[in-house]
Ligand binder design. Sequence first.
Ligand code: HEM
Length: 229
Amino acid sequence: MEAPSPTPSAPSAPSTPFSTVIRTASHQQHTEAENSSFMSDLLGGRLGVPAYRRYTEQLWFVYRALEGASAALAQDPVAGPFIRPELARTAELERDLTHLGGSSWRDGLEPLAATAAYADRITTCARDWPAGYVAHHYTRYLGDLSGGQIIRGTAEKTWGFARKGDGVRFYVFEGIGNPSAFKREYRELLDALPVDDLEKQRVVDECKRAFALNSAVFQELGEQFPLSA
Ligand code: HEM
């Protein structure tokens, strides 16, 4: 019997942009994070300023880890292009925390266990695996530029912070005039990530891990601030 003739190779289908792959892959966890009881209670106006302050303190540990690595990664071929001074949040968090806790806000401040684990993972990636660091960078900054704006509006309304003022400066990107354009450029950087497909899959996995680490922080915060029934 005659062997079937080999099928002529089909023109390769345009592959899905990596920015779409990573967004789609983390979609479900995004919904879970959004709907975590701590976030729902916080944004539903059922928790007070102390819970918002405790949450902001956790963010400070996370952004110190992210941004403490910026200088070392600035020239890295994979992570370097993502590092943009207008994203930096540590100084804004410190202003917010001064507003929330006074000038001694840092005295005796310790991260929750889940926050320490999250910050450690970021630091490890920053040191050993720049593409993994990109997964963490994406998970935080693109989120802050998106849903962060919803959180800001709710915080202003619920606790009376001045619009875009102290208390919510973390959510205000003074150096980014057009967030939509910025996000578009950011996605182009993701699409051009100079790594092979296997490594991209690992980055997606790390992004899922980043979401899980965020959810663990929400879980622990939820235990600290249970709603009185
Ligand atoms: C209640 C809390 C949250 C709300 C209301 C929220 C809301 C949103 C919204 C509306 C977008 C879409 C914006 C757009 O299409 O341009 C978005 C995107 C995003 N959010 Fe959230 N979010 C929340 C929590 C989180 C958390 C905890 C994380 C992770 C730490 C996160 C990470 C992201 C990321 C990475 C994106 C960008 C997705 C992409 O376009 O690639 N979000 N968020």
